[in-house]
Design a protein around this ligand. Structure first.
Ligand code: ADP
Length: 468
């Protein structure tokens, strides 16, 4: 079950409630204890009617009662006050039954400024009424008689204030504990998130955060980790493309350096040697021409590739019958294959299959595949070109049984300047850009090109383009 922050806080509140209730109960017990202490000091509890009772009311010790500001009355069975000493709150000397009953009820009620203790002597049939003025009474309301104060009021107030203060201190401590608990559940995950974000900012893209929470912080953790992963991927792509760019510049400079050095060297030689025979001159001029051609091819291919990589590159596609188009292309290749002494086989369906293609660009792809087959393979190999439909795709297979390419090189063969053997390429005049350009063209058609190959097992280029 998902535990969100609201639940977390709820649990904290419940905890807080339990703690404060416990504190309140403790305070209540303290009040009870304080009440006991206070009641022991009160005269009304020390001199009550029961403890003073004598069969002969004249023997009753009234001195202590009077000294503490109280009074004693004796009422006989006819409700006549037959004896009174000290404080007297009975209004008449003779009471009716109802008046005496009212007096008895009143004596038990709370909130009156007197404290009564009444006992009946069964043997002598009289009531002994002991009255003290209420100086202070700890109940839920306080009755105070300023004129008859029998206790140290300030002391009692001091005890109450001390208890309240103690209660407040406990409440403050528990509030601090509560706030610490609550803040820990927020601050700890925030700290972890901050640390990971800081590491990410400082360039550690592997930075992740583990909070093991299922609340909103858990959600934030997931978002942070996803974001960090995306940044890490972006950064590794950027690094990769930066490395590719550096490699490309290195390859270009290397590939241009060789023909240009020859051109400069032979041109200088011819310029400084006017005595060269016509034949020698011709030989050196041929070298200059071939190297110029090579440099020119490289620059032309590079220009084309960079044009294709720009966002402005668009191909102009038209709807054509791809089978008819392939038949025309193959017709043009036959003489090349014958010259190379290859055998060949073509399998193009005798029907119309339509695709949207830029014929000129697509021609560049096939010319490159044909040129490569001729350039890199010995006489006598066989070339098979076939076309088939599969779902909403057209598949064109260009296969030879020549020397093939090792899997390590084949996996990068569509990258610029990737060649099997540079030495062999300088003889054949390859730039290492042909397949990179072919891939760009096929991708611009919404398709893809793949190579199945191995050393001495030939090459099988598989082109997929969408059918319409
Ligand atoms: P290049 O201009 O060097 O031909 P490509 O990108 O067209 O560049 O080809 C890359 C490399 O792949 C070539 O240098 C060659 O070594 C290898 N290659 C391409 N096609 C074939 C093939 N049919 N048989 C053997 N090797 C091939």
């Amino acid at each position: 079950m998902k535990r969100n922050l609201a639940n977390h806080f709820l649990i904290n509140y419940v905890l807080m409630f339990i703690i404060s209730t416990m504190i309140a109960v403790f305070a209540f017990l303290l009040f009870g204890f304080a009440g006991d202490v206070i009641s022991k000091t009160l005269a009304k509890n020390n001199y009550n009617a029961k403890s003073l009772m004598k069969d002969n009311y004249k023997d009753i010790d009234i001195i202590s009662v009077i000294n503490n500001g109280g009074g004693v009355q004796v009422v006989n069975h006819n409700h006549e006050v037959i004896f009174s000493a000290g404080l007297n709150t009975i209004s008449k000397n003779k009471l009716s039954v109802s008046e005496f009953t009212d007096f008895l009820i009143m004596s038990k009620s709370s909130g009156i400024p007197f404290s009564y203790s009444i006992e009946y002597n069964v043997k002598e049939q009289f009531w002994l009424v002991v009255t003290f003025p209420t100086s202070i009474r700890i109940e839920f309301d306080i009755a105070h008689n300023k004129d008859f104060s029998s206790v140290d009021t300030q002391g009692v107030v001091g005890v109450i204030v001390a208890v309240i203060l103690f209660y407040l201190i406990l409440l403050a401590i528990s509030t601090v504990i509560y706030s610490k608990l609550t803040s820990l559940s927020i601050i700890n995950p925030l700290k972890k998130l901050c640390n990971s974000a800081r590491r990410l900012k400082d360039g550690d893209y592997s930075s992740r955060v583990n909070l093991y929470l299922e609340n909103e912080f858990g959600e934030l953790e997931d978002i942070f980790n996803e974001m960090a992963q995306q940044i890490e991927q972006e950064m590794s792509l950027r690094k990769q493309s930066e490395e590719n760019r550096k490699r490309l510049i290195l390859d270009i400079s290397h590939d241009l350096k060789n023909p240009l050095t020859s051109i400069v060297g032979y041109a200088e030689f011819c310029y400084n040697r006017p005595d060269l025979s016509k034949q020698e001159h011709c030989t050196y001029m041929k070298v200059i021409y071939e190297n110029s051609l090579r440099a020119n091819n490289l620059i032309t291919d590079l220009f084309e590739l960079s044009k294709m990589e720009s966002s402005e590159y668009v191909i102009s596609k038209t709807r054509i019958d791809i089978c008819e188009y392939m038949r025309e292309e193959i017709g043009a290749f036959i003489s090349t294959f014958d010259e190379a002494e290859f055998t060949y086989d073509f399998d193009i369906p005798e029907k119309e299959i339509f695709a949207e293609i830029d014929a000129k660009q697509m021609n560049r792809v096939f010319q490159n595949l044909v040129a490569n087959t001729v350039k890199y393979n010995p006489k006598g190999i066989k070339v098979v070109i076939s076309l088939l439909e599969q779902h909403d795709e057209i598949i064109i297979i260009f296969k030879d049984n020549g020397i093939g390419i090792s899997p390590e090189t084949a996996k990068d063969i569509f990258l610029p300047f990737v060649r099997v053997d540079s030495a062999r390429n300088s003889q054949t005049g390859g730039t290492g850009l042909g397949l990179a350009i072919a891939l760009k063209i096929i991708v611009a058609h919404g398709g893809n090109i793949n190579l199945i190959t191995d050393e001495n097992c030939g090459c099988e280029f598989i082109i997929n383009i969408p059918k319409i």
